[in-house]
Design a protein. Structure first.
Length: 236
């Protein structure tokens, strides 16, 4: 399995890595890693919403700080609450989130518009748990950046109604748009010193990523699963 090889590469880069077969198994792994009586921050991630871990954590009584709930992201009057919550995530014990790409040699590559997700991945929460579907695996950092800017960002922009050129053309033009999504790029080459970091590799397609050479049926399933857990954010 390719995920097993990625797991070994991540471990060589000082990350803790777990391989699971399904989203259900990812949930169980997370529930065993996260103490019940702790506070969990959430970084915006379709993968995290897809696997259903947020509902499981709430149900067992774990406190969640989730600035990216539908309620907070669609109501413009909740903008200040959302921003305060985004800052509060930096002081939580555990952050759960996804990544845009993982390379064959175990690097995590991400691009953010705001930067709160990637900043909290690096420092703040004592422990970070990142869930990655097999469809996020790419050859290397160049392939990751190419895919993020020419597959993920254009589709993300179109789905969320951002007025970027790539939303129209499907290709990155290194834009100057006020809606530009690609403002902060991070490459986690090795685990940062002060943060415990666990990567859960799931042998399923999760979140937004695909290779354009894959069969159309697989790509359209990834798209429709993503669309089921995303929505247009209120501009703020
Ligand atoms: S830089 Fe602009 S055009 Fe390029 S992918 Fe990002 S948002 Fe789209």
């Amino acid at each position: 399995m390719q995920v097993e090889a990625i797991s070994r590469a991540l471990e060589a880069n000082n990350f803790d890595a777990h391989v699971v077969k399904s989203r259900a198994a990812a949930n169980e792994a997370m529930l065993s890693l996260i103490p019940r009586d702790t506070t969990v921050g959430v970084g915006d991630s379709a993968t995290i919403r897809q696997i259903g871990i947020l509902e499981r954590l709430v149900k067992r009584g774990t406190k969640l700080l989730n600035p990216f709930s539908r309620e907070l992201t669609t109501d413009p009057s909740k903008r200040d609450v959302r921003h305060e919550l985004s800052r509060a995530v930096f002081t939580t014990n555990v952050l759960i989130t996804g990544t845009n790409a993982v390379t064959l040699d175990g690097k995590l590559v991400n691009i953010d518009a705001v930067g709160n997700r990637v900043a909290a991945m690096i420092f703040g929460p004592k422990e970070v748990i990142i869930v990655v579907g097999r469809n996020k695996i790419v050859r290397d950092v160049d392939a990751a950046l190419h895919r993020i800017k020419n597959v993920i960002a254009p589709y993300h922009a179109r789905t969320k109604d951002f007025a970027t050129p790539c939303a129209r053309t499907g290709r990155c033009s290194d834009c100057d748009s006020l809606d530009r999504l690609c403002n902060v790029t991070t490459i986690l080459e090795k685990r940062p010193w002060r943060t415990a970091m666990t990567i859960i590799l799931v042998d399923e397609d999760l979140g937004l990523s695909w290779d354009e050479t894959w069969p159309p049926k697989r790509i359209s399933k990834i798209k429709s699963n993503y669309e089921g857990v995303t929505w247009v954010f209120a501009r703020a």
